[in-house]
Design a protein around this ligand. Structure first.
Ligand code: SAM
Ligand code: SF4
Length: 336
């Protein structure tokens, strides 16, 4: 019998891994240009994708080893046919269950979310302009997504809106997004554009934390911007415009990595563990599970191999080395 501490998933830097992000599908109903390569991706054969039973079994093992938060992601998690079954089963574990979705189908899931006690949802929306949304997502669902955000707020969900900023595309909308927080209790999260295989990343297209804050200060004045307290393991830096109902935050993985408090581990839809978003190393725990072999030693091993910062990319210059990110998967196949 393992002791409580032995049971926990702690890396060589003392970081306890209590947050599991599970991608349940590599498929998506959108084609966001920063995520899905224009030529698409080679999907894993269906037989290699975790079944609902396997997802539950792996998640349960993690919960027995200290995980107290699970997030379902993808691809688009809500297009998987058995998503309701997966959600319902994971909700029975003693952990917080959260979901990241593009919002296209989210309205159909509201009764299930309520039944399962899911209160927090992250939705992705990069522009408030329908035509631009079509260009970024290569699909035409803006009205549906926007309506769904309003519906979720009305239904009292805590909604975070993820907005990936790219220069010349949507950086002129930073203030429009912050203005949404005046009347609505939304949390807008601006995300620095990150490099992954096939997304044609270039540093000049990224909008940095510094630039986002400058735009906010120029518009609202520094005295109006309150810095909120950031939870220790949170990846975002939070702010509020005085007297606004909602808030905004910046996820600056490129210019200001937040690795010191990292508590995350990722499971891909084909059952591989990744110890960092930027790591190309993977551990195939699904094959072990299918051979009836123990998975805990492999989980502990990949957590031990975790680097201190961004999978060893300590400087921003290293991001400019295309070798590094083309060795990694596309974001669509990792699960952000
Ligand atoms: N389909 C769901 C969605 O879009 O919310 C979940 C999966 S998506 C891969 C998860 C998150 O990753 C989204 O918020 C998306 O904006 C973000 N993302 C994807 N590619 C990114 C990139 N290159 N840089 C920064 N964030 C990215
Ligand atoms: Fe699909 Fe989400 Fe990637 Fe957009 S960001 S292509 S919605 S997985």
């Amino acid at each position: 019998m393992e002791s409580k501490t032995q049971n926990k998933l702690i890396d060589t830097f003392g970081r306890e891994h209590s947050y599991l992000r599970i991608s349940i599908t590599e498929r998506c109903n959108l084609r966001c240009k920063y995520c899905m390569p224009v030529e698409g991706i080679k999907l894993s054969p269906k037989k290699n994708i975790m079944t609902a039973d396997e997802i539950y079994s792996i998640a349960k093992t993690f919960v027995e080893h200290g995980v107290d938060k699970i997030r379902l992601t993808g691809g688009e998690p809500l297009i998987r046919k058995d998503a309701p079954e997966i959600i319902e089963r994971l909700a029975s574990l003693p952990t917080t269950l959260a979901i990241t979705t593009n919002g296209v189908n989210v309205d159909q899931f509201i009764p299930l979310f309520k039944k399962c006690g899911i209160k927090k949802l992250n939705l992705s929306l990069d522009t408030l302009n329908a035509e631009k949304n079509h260009l970024i997502t290569r699909r035409n669902y803006f009205d549906r997504i926007y309506k769904n955000i309003l519906l979720l707020v009305e239904e009292d969900f805590e909604v975070k809106v993820n907005c990936v900023l790219m220069k010349g595309e949507n950086d002129d909308e930073i203030i429009d997004f912050i203005n949404l927080t005046k009347k609505m209790p939304l949390a807008i999260r601006f995300i620095e554009f990150m490099p992954f295989d096939g997304n044609r990343w270039n540093l000049n297209q990224m909008v940095s934390l510094e630039e986002i804050l400058k735009k906010a200060v120029d518009e609202f004045g520094i005295a109006q911007i309150q810095k909120l307290k950031d939870p220790p393991t949170d990846t975002a830096k939070h702010y509020r415009i005085k007297n606004y109902r909602g808030n905004f935050a910046i996820i600056s993985s490129v210019t200001n990595p937040f690795c010191d408090g990292c508590n995350r581990i990722r499971l891909t839809a084909n059952g591989r563990l990744k110890n960092c978003l930027f790591s190309s190393a993977e551990s195939d725990i699904l094959s072990l599970l299918r051979k009836n072999k123990p998975i805990v030693p492999a989980i502990k091993e990949i957590i031990k191999l975790k680097f201190k910062t961004r999978s060893g990319m300590d400087t921003i210059e290293q991001f400019n080395d295309p070798e590094i990110h083309t060795k990694n998967r596309s974001m669509i196949a990792i699960g952000g």
